[in-house]
Ligand binder design. Structure first.
Ligand code: ZN
Length: 367
C-alpha cells in the first residue's frame, strides 16, 4: 500500500515538472546564481518609517572634505539644514598649504563646518620627525584646526599623510609621543581609525560571513610587517593608555563591533576614549538587539558621525536605522548581502549620541 502511494506521488510530481509551474526555477538558474548577483527584495508587508531629518539637532563628528567648490559646499549646507544637522567636523587629514586652503574654503562659506588637520608625517623615518611634525601641528592649531583626524592604521602603520607603501609607524610607537602629548596640551581631540571590520581580515572564501563587502576592502595578512586586527587594535589601545591626558575618538567602534564585550572593556578602562559609530550601520544593525543594548550601556561615550558622501539619501538612512524599528529592509547602496534592521534608540539615548556627547567633548577643549 505504502509503495503504491509513493509511486503515485512520484508520478504526480513528474507531471508537475513537465508542465513547469511558475514558481519553480529551472535548477541551473539557482546553481548558476552568484552571491554578487543576489539582489533580494523584501516581501514583508510591514509599516515603514522614513524620518526626513534627525529627531534631535545632530553634530556629525566624522566627515571629510567631500565637496571642494563653493557651489558644492553651499548645497551641502542646504542638505544639512534639511536634515537638522547643526555642525560637521571635517577630517581633512591635511597639513601645510592644503589644510589652510580647505580651512579658508569651508569656514568662509559656513560656520557649520569645523576643520581638523592631520599629522605631517613626511619626515617620519628621519630624526627630525617629531619636532617638525609638532611645529606643524601647532601652526595648524593656530590657523584654526579644532582637532586631529582622521589618522588611519589598518595594520600597515599610519598611512594617511606619509603615503608610504612600506610598513609605517603604529600609534603605540614612541615617535608619536610628542605629537599626542602636544594634542593634550593644545586641547585637540584625535580621531583614529584602527583596523577594519573583521571580515576584511578573514580568508576570502565561502565561509566569510561578510564576503560581499570584505572582498572590496580585503586586507592581505601575508604582507610582510602587517599587523592583524587584534594586534592593530592592541597597538591603538596601548597608545590611548600611554597618553591619558589626550582625548581620543576611535572611529567606527574600533572596528570590533563583532565583540561588544571587548569594546566595553576597553571603554571601561580608558576614560579618555570615545567611539564614533560612523559608516558602520551595515555592520552593527545585523545584530540590532545587541547593538541597542551596547548603545544604551555606553550612551555617554558614543558619538554620531557619517563618514560618507553627504547626499540626502545617505542622511535619511542614518535616521531610519538609528530611530526606527523597521525590520528586514535593503538600502539602495549596500555592500553586504544581509538585510538592514532599525536599532530604534530611545529619545534620551538619541539626544546624547546625536548631540549632547559631542557638545561635552568639544566644549571641554581649551581654545
Ligand atoms: Zn572617515
Amino acid at each position: 500500500m505504502k509503495q503504491t502511494l509513493m509511486t503515485l506521488l512520484a508520478g504526480a510530481l513528474l507531471t508537475l515538472g513537465c508542465t513547469g509551474p511558475k514558481n519553480v526555477l529551472p535548477q541551473d538558474a539557482v546553481d548558476g546564481l552568484t552571491l554578487k548577483d543576489y539582489d533580494p527584495v523584501s516581501v514583508f508587508k510591514m509599516e515603514e518609517h522614513h524620518p526626513a531629518a534627525a529627531r534631535f539637532s545632530a553634530i556629525d563628528l566624522h566627515s571629510h572634505a567631500y565637496r571642494r567648490d563653493e557651489a558644492g559646499i553651499r548645497e551641502w549646507v542646504k542638505i544639512l539644514e534639511e536634515n537638522n544637522i547643526e555642525k560637521v567636523i571635517v577630517h581633512t587629514g591635511a597639513y601645510g598649504e592644503e589644510f589652510d586652503r580647505l580651512y579658508d574654503l569651508f569656514t568662509g562659506i559656513s560656520d557649520k563646518f569645523e576643520l581638523w588637520c592631520g599629522f605631517d608625517m613626511t619626515k617620519w623615518d628621519q630624526p627630525e620627525f617629531p619636532a617638525c611634525a609638532v611645529a606643524e601641528l601647532e601652526r595648524c592649531h593656530a590657523k584654526g584646526a579644532g582637532g586631529v583626524g582622521e589618522l588611519i592604521d589598518k595594520g600597515m602603520g599610519e598611512r594617511v599623510s606619509c603615503k608610504v607603501r612600506e610598513p609605517g609607524l603604529h600609534f603605540n610607537d614612541s615617535k608619536f609621543d610628542a605629537l599626542f602629548e602636544k594634542c593634550a596640551e593644545l586641547g585637540m581631540p584625535v580621531s583614529i581609525h584602527s583596523g577594519d571590520p573583521i571580515w576584511m581580515y578573514e580568508p576570502m572564501d565561502g565561509h566569510n560571513d561578510g564576503l560581499m563587502n570584505a572582498k572590496e576592502w580585503q586586507i592581505d595578512l601575508s604582507t610582510p610587517g602587517i599587523l592583524d586586527l587584534d594586534e592593530v587594535v592592541n597597538a591603538f589601545v596601548e597608545c590611548v593608555e600611554r597618553h591619558p591626558n589626550t582625548t581620543f575618538i576611535a572611529c567606527h567602534l574600533i572596528n570590533i563591533n563583532h565583540d561588544y564585550a571587548r569594546l566595553g572593556d576597553i571603554l571601561d578602562s580608558h576614560p579618555n576614549l570615545w567611539i564614533d559609530i560612523s559608516a558602520r550601520h551595515q555592520e552593527t544593525c545585523v545584530t540590532p538587539r545587541a547593538t541597542k543594548r551596547f548603545y544604551e550601556q555606553y550612551q555617554d561615550r558614543i558619538l554620531f558621525g557619517t563618514d560618507n558622501d553627504p547626499v540626502p539619501e545617505m542622511y535619511r538612512d542614518q535616521w531610519r536605522i538609528l530611530e526606527t524599528e523597521d525590520e528586514h529592509f535593503y538600502l539602495k547602496e549596500q555592500s553586504y548581502h544581509w538585510p538592514m534592521q532599525g536599532i530604534g534608540l530611545s529619545d534620551p539615548v538619541l539626544r546624547k549620541i546625536y548631540h549632547d556627547n559631542a557638545i561635552r567633548l568639544l566644549s571641554s577643549r581649551k581654545r
